[in-house]
Design a binder for this molecule. Structure first.
Ligand code: GLU
Length: 322
């Protein structure tokens, strides 16, 4: 009897004093390959939030992942609380098309969008790829399963009237390895749907094998933009890439990187993170050059899944949404 009473007394004291101190909420944000823009951006957001981890009892950690498609699936099965997702894939997951054919991801929630991403094709000059039709018979890394670029590459190749199974040799290599593969002569070109500037492409253009961005034909851009609500025409900047063979911005098309979550993640967690990001936007913009163009207004564009209620609460408070 005495022992039982003592046990409960100890438990009660523990619950009152010690437990609240342990009640730290962990939020993992899924990003992409370490040489992309998602990973350092996830790191920058985490850094902002973790500055106040004592005040918020919130601890953010950043995880390198396979990319957009992987992140949607990990959000939906509860392995991640937040994730970076291309706007086109957010749309497809929400609608139940593409990789989620017939299975709309009902719990997917949008939080905010970040930088624009451009479908970028980086080719060896000696491979003589001057347009999509020249992919015929070539070895092209379309991106590993789980990446956004793989979806965009297949879209573009199919729109150009090529059969990705028979007209070319496709590879599914991670972005971090693409630059080396290109320099080693094991592939002719690789796709990367990514914000500019970024490390992988800098690495690819810095080698001995001369490299160029492949322009997407205007008719193909027009066709894709007309067919899909989430594609927009965009030009790849060449200035950040010393050594690239192009001298003018290269026409292509693009999407936006967005931050997503799940309806299962508590409102106050998403509210706190959203508020911290928006109130420190000037700091965030300096943490990666691809984030320099962010504004509070453009961070609410490109979202197709329902807004997470925690984010919506902040946008209403801040007067960004009525
Ligand atoms: N857009 C790519 C993807 O969804 C990732 C780009 C990056 O890591 O910056 O897989």
């Amino acid at each position: 009897m005495k022992k039982t009473a003592l046990f409960f007394a100890v438990m009660a004291v523990f619950t009152l004093i010690a437990a609240p101190a342990f009640a730290v909420r962990y939020v993992t944000i899924g990003t992409g390959g370490v040489t992309g823009v998602y990973y350092p951006t996830g790191g920058a957001i985490s850094k902002l939030v973790n500055k106040k981890r004592k005040e918020y009892n919130l601890r953010m950690t950043v995880e390198s992942t396979g990319g957009s498609v992987f992140n949607v699936n990990a959000l939906m099965n509860g392995d991640l609380e937040m994730g970076v997702v291309q706007s086109d894939l957010q749309y497809q997951a929400m609608k139940g098309i593409g990789a989620w054919e017939g299975e709309p991801q009902e719990k997917l929630r949008a939080v905010f969008s970040i930088h624009p991403e451009i479908v970028t094709i980086i080719a060896a000059v000696d491979s003589q790829i001057n347009g999509i039709a020249d992919f015929k018979g070539k070895t092209i890394n379309i991106g590993a399963p789980g990446t956004g670029q793989r979806v965009n590459a297949l879209d573009l190749i199919t729109a150009a009237g090529l059969d990705p199974k028979t007209d070319l040799q496709t590879e599914g290599i991670k972005p971090a390895e693409s630059a080396k593969m290109l320099q080693d002569g094991r592939i002719d070109a690789f796709f990367y749907t990514v914000g500019h500037p970024n490390g992988s492409i800098k690495e690819a253009v810095a080698g001995a094998r001369k490299v160029a961005f492949v322009p997407v034909e205007q008719a193909l851009i027009d066709q894709l933009v007309a067919e899909q609500p989430y594609y927009a025409a965009a030009n790849i900047p060449v200035a950040p890439y010393a050594g690239v063979a192009n001298s003018e911005p290269v026409p292509s098309f693009g999407v936006k990187a967005t931050i997503c979550s799940s309806a299962d993640v508590p409102d106050d967690v998403i509210y706190t993170i959203t508020k911290e990001v928006f109130e420190n936007l000037e700091v965030l913009k300096t943490l990666h050059p691809a984030l320099a163009g962010l504004t509070k207004e453009n961070m609410l564009q490109g979202l197709s899944a329902p807004l997470h209620p925690g984010a919506l609460k902040y946008y209403r408070e801040a007067g960004l949404i009525k």
